[in-house]
Ligand binder design. Structure first.
Ligand code: ZN
Length: 72
């Protein structure tokens, strides 16, 4: 049996929101204390990584290939 934490579910929702609108303001999934800072980077193999970071509590998450698009 797998249990998904409520915090993880909020990270998933944040990722979905940002996939639809990369400029969306997403509240910190961990503590709700600020809006996430979003930075996209491209790895050597062309995979996009989206770094989500809370500037207040420093919660972070990295989403690989956040848009699901193949690299151009
Ligand atoms: Zn936070």
């Amino acid at each position: 049996m797998t249990t998904v934490s409520p915090e993880w579910q909020r990270w998933v929702e944040a990722a979905k929101t940002l996939a639809a609108d990369p400029t969306a303001q997403v509240i910190c999934p961990r503590n709700g204390d600020s809006y996430l800072q979003v930075t996209d980077t491209t790895a050597a193999d062309g995979t996009v990584e989206r770094h989500l970071r809370c500037p207040v509590c420093h919660a972070t998450n990295i989403i690989r290939n956040p848009t699901g698009r193949a690299s151009a």
